[in-house]
Every structure is written in C-alpha cells, then in structure tokens.
Design a protein around this ligand. Sequence first.
Ligand SMILES: CC(C)(COP(=O)(O)OP(=O)(O)OC[C@H]1O[C@@H](n2cnc3c(N)ncnc32)[C@H](O)[C@@H]1OP(=O)(O)O)[C@@H](O)C(=O)NCCC(=O)NCCS
Length: 170
Amino acid sequence: MSTFPSKLPDAHELNAADSAWMAGMHAQCFDELQRWSASAMAGLLRQPLTRAIGISIHGIPAGFIMARNVAGEGEILTLAVHPDYRRNGIASRLLHAFIEKETTHNLQSLFLEVMVTNQPAIDFYKAHGFEVISKRANYYQMPAGHAQKAMDGYVMNKKLPTSQHIHKSP
Ligand SMILES: CC(C)(COP(=O)(O)OP(=O)(O)OC[C@H]1O[C@@H](n2cnc3c(N)ncnc32)[C@H](O)[C@@H]1OP(=O)(O)O)[C@@H](O)C(=O)NCCC(=O)NCCS
C-alpha cells in the first residue's frame, strides 16, 4: 500500500457502473452471510432514493456507504472500508457526506441494523452518536451448514440535526 495521504480526499457519488468493485470490497469486509453481489448493488443503486458515496485513495477505491432517505427517515444499507485503510476517518467522512447531502432533503434521523457481534461497527456508530434502540432476534439467517442457524441484530438510531455529531471529519 502506498503512503496514506495527509488530507483525506473528498467523497464522490457512485452509480451502477461502480457495482463490481463495490461487491469486491463488500466481500473483503463481510462474511458470506452479509456480502452482496454486483447485481444486488446495481439493483439498489437504480432505486431513486438510494445513494452511494465513495472515497478513493490514490485513485483506488477505499470505502463506500450506501444509504437511502425515505421521507426524512434515513437508512444506512451498508458501509464498508477496505481493511488496509481503516481507522483513518474514511467511514466518518462517508457518513458525514451522506448526512450533508441529505440534510437538504429533510433528513431527520438515521437508522441501521448491525450484527450483535460486530463490535467495531457498533463502536463506530456509537462514536457518531447512534444508540441501540432494539434487538431483532435471529435477524441474520446463517447459510445451511453453519453451527449457528441465525444471529441477532441491533437496530441503531441517531436523531438529526439536534444530535448531529460527526466524530472525525478530517
Ligand atoms: C466499521 C467500519 C466501516 C469503520 O470504518 P473506519 O474508516 O475504520 O472508521 P473511522 O476511521 O471513521 O472511525 C471513526 C471512529 O469510530 C470508532 N471505531 C472505528 N473502528 C473501530 C474499531 N475497530 N474498534 C473500536 N472503535 C472503532 C473509533 O472511535 C474511531 O475513531 P478513532 O480511530 O479516532 O479512535 C470498518 O471497520 C468496516 O468496514 N468494517 C467492516 C464492515 C462493517 O462492519 N460495516 C458496518 C456495518 S454496516
């Protein structure tokens, strides 16, 4: 990996043409249960209220967020940063970029589901003012052959703009 830039590059909008690398990165960030194919990515990106935003480092995709805003209620569908680039503020910048863009579209709150065992992501969202509001039992169904049939998920929520707090926006 080349040197990490001292200033994080700006986030940019993604579209269905980006779905192949997005799926590749998703596979590096999630287990088989949670990863999405390129066609699933492209299908979501064709939905009018869904937006994807990415950041590249030296021209190489480093991370992306996919989220939607339905009548002011935002949902983070996925957020992924390549393992080599983590803890550099990329996910924070992506989250911030989505909130900034959607504030003009009346974004009032954000929610997401996360596997109860995904502590790094839970810590990330908590650092950004999200709270666990409920637990969904057996939300993640495991593929056949797994010792465990399903995993629970947390629903996390953050109100905007009064509690809008971005932990790091370099
Ligand atoms: C969760 C994830 C998106 C975070 O991306 P990132 O670019 O490393 O996050 P940031 O650098 O913006 O982190 C901001 C803050 O969040 C918290 N945080 C992030 N990763 C953390 C970790 N592994 N452990 C504890 N806290 C963490 C910290 O407070 C961090 O600030 P600090 O680095 O100054 O301590 C990344 O780890 C990832 O892609 N994981 C796999 C996919 C996933 O689980 N996605 C989320 C579920 S949808």
